[in-house]
Design a protein around this ligand. Structure first.
Ligand code: C2E
Ligand code: CA
Ligand code: CA
Length: 872
């Protein structure tokens, strides 16, 4: 503005000048040398809120209390130069209080005018009251924005930062000069932008949508922060985006927990392994703080360190840590675990804690390490959580948050692992012995098989079944049975090499899986194993000896999968048990056929019992002196429609194994009683009938009652029946078997010991047993002619029998020579094919008729007649 006023000497000039001043937008007040107001324009009237009539002639100080000097400090502003009068100065903050009390602010400029030797001052006042108010508001706003902890910035329509508050400067560490004019993208971590999906969110904000989101940003130092971002767009009168106000709030602490927790818990829920969960945790932390390397070690109960996860460390470094024992100077982690408190080493190269390990760290470029002990639910230090730095330094607050969140999650993962292991223990291990159960053993073994296949190595599967465990369990009680199984499990485990497996299948069955073993090596192993198993063990104060029958199958010869190998070892075990308890047997293909046949037979036997394909045959027992019939033994026969005759030596054990024996014996009992009743009705003089019962029948506590029932049903006396059992039955300790024997004896049914001489009964023992008959085993009779020891045995058996007043029956007599030897030794009763083969009921009647006829004809030498007539 040209403020110089040249007053023309022309008379017309003042009029023009006055009019110009009158119409000026700004307030104009002209003052004479005495300070009296000589001119006051319309704008001045509006500004001061008074009319010119009131103002003219008054002193200017009434209008402008501070006087006309607008800028007292600016001494250079006022000078006179050759009659040219200059602007005296200007000031923004000229404050006027109007008569009505209102406050006005003006920018004042004062010019000096010389006119007709008179000096006048023209005061120009521009009303800036509204600007002044706005400015004040701005200043207050700025002060309050700066006072908040939030970081605030303002972006203009060109997406450039035009304002940042102190909070933002403090939060991010940039200076104002560095950021003003930049894009706010500067703060947002480039790789995190896409990953946290901040990119579209930011775009939305800069386009003027009011919006909120959280994002990872980067300080000037590179350190990362989680912030909550909220924006408010500002539009102009034309609805064009003018500014965007963005407020950032530091939520690192809570967000870290949330983000890490979400990821880690997500992985835990997905049942990922401990290692992969912790590796994920390491990766996440390193993403937030790229300057750190995370390492998580487990500390076992023996205080030994094992790396769990440290994806950022070289493999050799972790390998070197494996197996270190915690101690007072074992680097940061070993020491932290030892002391039970965090250990910070800011300079690995010069810290005594690292003296023995710094070479490792140096090789990997590690300079500082901050390690935290992690306690499990039980309070034991189970792990360490450490941050390594590549420079010699300490942690900053972010690292503090990371470690806090990290150790917490690490603990969660460890606890989950512990829970998982105890669940696994329950699901995969046998509670009694602590050995793997069937399914777990099979799974483990299948894995081992895979290894053997790759190595082309052999493997042995041993199926171990304790002998007579049921009897021991019955005799000593279940608690003792359990103890026996535990001791056995312990013994088996003590035999294993590292890669060997042992598990308990069920009851008294154990399975061993021995990788890299051939048949010869297994035989050596078996020797040790059977020796160990047969050592006496003390159970419930008693010395107990157990034996086991063992079946062996070999990979790959006997099968390539665990199912087959186990099945075949099981078959071999049955075979061993059948041949001799306490022995072992290798699987041979023949057994498989036998086992398959057995399956077929089992079904057929069930059918035979249902359809009446079973029959009883009868073999006479003959008085060796008179040749007369003394008794009859009933022997079961099975004529299979397709397979032909099947021997009871085959189907009786089968019935025992598959649980059919009680049913079968009941059928025998009923059929035998019925037959005897029929014969008696026919008038045949048959003194007694013997039936065979299996040891298993004696577990049935109702046996005596059953027998009594059948005898009664057919009008027989208990003395008409003799029950043949093996030595094992009468010598049994089982309370059930003992009771049944007592009940039978009380009923009056006679008991015979079958196959006598093959067991171990002593004379003293027999004395106390409720038996009335011994049957000399056929094997001794077979060799009587040629084997003197057989003769000696048969002689002692008749001796025992006579001394105890028992009937002794010699079984399996096939020749007159045998009969004569036995007769000479004092035997009175004989049975065998020499006299008669076992015969069907009908044929037996004919036999008796002929015996009686023969006896009459031969006049007392009936035995000869019988022998001649029926043994060929
Ligand atoms: P065991 O009780 O010792 O029966 C005698 C066996 O010897 C019978 O065989 C009989 O036929 C056979 N035998 C008799 N005299 C001679 C002879 O002079 N020479 C030869 N070589 N053998 C002779 P079997 O009938 O085959 O029975 C075999 C075994 O099966 C029986 O041996 C018995 O333990 C069992 N058994 C048979 N029937 C039954 C039954 O109904 N119930 C039960 N639980 N077992 C039975
Ligand atoms: Ca018999
Ligand atoms: Ca016998």
């Amino acid at each position: 503005m040209n403020t110089r006023v040249e007053l023309a000497r022309d008379e017309a000039a003042p009029g023009v000048l006055v009019q110009t001043l009158e119409q000026a937008i700004d307030a104009v007040v002209v003052v004479d040398a005495q300070g009296l107001v000589v001119f006051f324009n319309a704008a001045a009237e509006r500004f001061w809120g008074c009319s010119r009539i009131e103002a003219l002639g008054g002193n200017v100080s009434a209008l402008i209390p501070r006087g006309l000097d607008p800028n007292p400090d600016d001494s250079a502003s006022e000078h006179t130069d050759g009659g040219v009068h200059h602007l005296a100065g200007s000031s923004l903050d000229t404050r006027i209080v109007r008569q009505d009390g209102q406050e006005r602010w003006g920018v004042m400029s004062v010019s000096t005018i010389v006119m007709h030797d008179q000096t006048l001052h023209a005061v120009f006042l521009k009303d800036v009251t509204h600007l002044r108010v706005q400015d004040l508001e701005h200043r207050l706003l700025s002060m309050s924005i700066n006072a908040t902890h939030s970081a605030t910035c303002i972006v203009d329509a060109h997406r450039q930062l035009i304002y940042v508050n102190d909070g933002l400067i403090r939060l991010l560490g940039y200076s104002r000069e560095e950021v003003i004019g930049q894009s706010p993208l500067l703060f947002f971590v480039p790789d995190a932008r896409a990953e946290t999906q901040a990119e579209p969110e930011l775009e939305a904000i800069l386009c003027g949508q009011p919006h909120e989101f959280s994002a990872l940003i980067s300080k000037r130092s590179g350190q990362r922060l989680w912030v909550h971002v909220s924006s408010t767009p500002v539009f102009d009168a034309q609805d064009q985006l003018e500014h965007v106000v963005i407020v950032l709030t530091d939520i690192t602490q809570s967000k870290l927990h949330e983000v890490l927790q979400n990821k880690v818990i997500g992985a835990l829920l997905k049942e990922e392994s401990l290692e992969s969960v912790l590796t994920l945790l390491c990766h996440e932390i390193e993403r937030i703080a790229p300057e750190v390397i995370v390492s998580i070690l487990s500390v076992d109960p023996q205080g030994i360190l094992h790396p769990l996860a440290s994806p950022g460390l070289p493999v050799e470094y972790s390998r070197a840590i494996e197996g270190l024992v915690i101690g007072p100077t074992t680097g940061s982690c070993g020491t932290a675990a030892y002391r039970g408190e965090p250990v910070l080493v800011t300079d690995i190269n010069n810290d005594p804690l690292w003296a023995d390990y710094k070479h490792l760290a140096q090789q990997s470029g590690l300079q500082a390490c901050w390690s935290m002990p992690v306690r499990n639910g039980a309070g034991r230090i189970a792990a360490t959580f450490a941050l390594y730095f590549r420079e010699s330094r300490g942690p900053d607050p972010l690292h503090g948050h990371l470690v806090k969140a990290g150790t917490h999650l690490c603990m969660l993962a460890l606890e989950r692992e512990q829970a998982r292991q105890s669940i696994r223990k329950m699901a995969f291990y046998d509670g009694l012995t602590g050995l793997p159960n069937r399914s777990y053993l099979l799974a483990q073994a299948q894995r081992t098989l895979g290894e053997m296949a790759r190595e082309q190595a052999e493997l042995a599967v041993l199926f171990v079944d304790l002998d007579r465990f049921k009897q021991i369990n019955d005799a000593l009680g279940h608690a003792s049975g359990d103890e026996l199984l535990r001791v056995t499990a312990h013994r088996l485990r003590s035999l294993l090499r590292e890669a060997d497996l042992v598990g308990r299948l069920s009851g008294d069955e154990f399975v061993l899986v021995l990788p890299r073993m051939n048949a010869t090596q297994v035989a050596t192993f078996l020797e040790r194993m059977m020796m160990l198993l047969s050592r006496p063990m003390t159970i419930a104060g008693m010395s107990v000896v157990v034996s086991a029958s063992i079946g062996i199958s070999l990979f790959p010869g006997d099968g390539r999968d665990m199912e087959t190998l186990l099945h075949r070892a099981d078959i071999a075990m049955y075979q061993a048990k059948r041949i001799e308890r306490g022995s072992f047997s290798f699987f041979v293909e023949k057994m498989n056929r036998i086992a398959q046949d057995r399956l077929v037979l089992e079904t057929a036997l069930r059918n035979a019992m249902a359809t009446g394909n079973l029959e009883l045959f009868y073999q006479p027992q003959i008085d060796l002196n008179s040749g007369r019939l003394v008794g009859v033994e009933a022997l079961a026969r099975w004529a299979h429609p397709a397979l032909g005759d099947i021997s009871p030596r085959q189907f009786i054990p089968l019935a025992e194994e598959c649980g059919l024996i009680n049913e079968l014996s009941q059928w025998v009992l009923q059929a035998a009683c019925e037959q005897l009743a029929v014969w008696r009705r026919q008038g045949l003089a048959i003194a007694s009938l013997s039936i065979n019962l299996s040891p298993i029948n004696f577990h049935n506590l109702d046996l005596a009652e059953l027998i009594a029932g059948q005898l009664q049903r057919y009008g027989l006396q208990p003395a008409d029946l003799c029950v043949e059992v093996t030595e094992g039955v009468v010598l049994s300790n089982s309370p059930g078997t003992c009771k049944t024997i007592r009940d039978l004896h009380a009923l009056g049914v006679r008991l015979a010991i079958d196959d006598f001489g093959t067991g171990y009964s002593s004379l003293g023992y027999l004395r106390h047993l409720p038996i009335s008959e011994l049957k000399l085993d056929k094997s001794f009779v077979d060799d009587l002619e040629h084997d003197t020891s057989c003769r000696a045995l048969s002689e002692s058996v008749i001796g025992i029998g006579k001394s105890l007043s028992l009937t002794v029956v010699a079984e399996g007599i096939e020749s007159a020579v045998q009969r004569d030897i036995l007769k000479a030794q004092g035997y009175e009763v004989g049975q065998g094919n020499f006299f008669s083969l076992p015969l069907p009921g009908q044929a037996f009647v004919q036999f008796i008729d002929s015996v009686n006829a023969g006896a009459a004809a031969c006049n007392g030498a009936g035995a000869l007649c019988v022998g001649a007539g029926f043994s060929s």
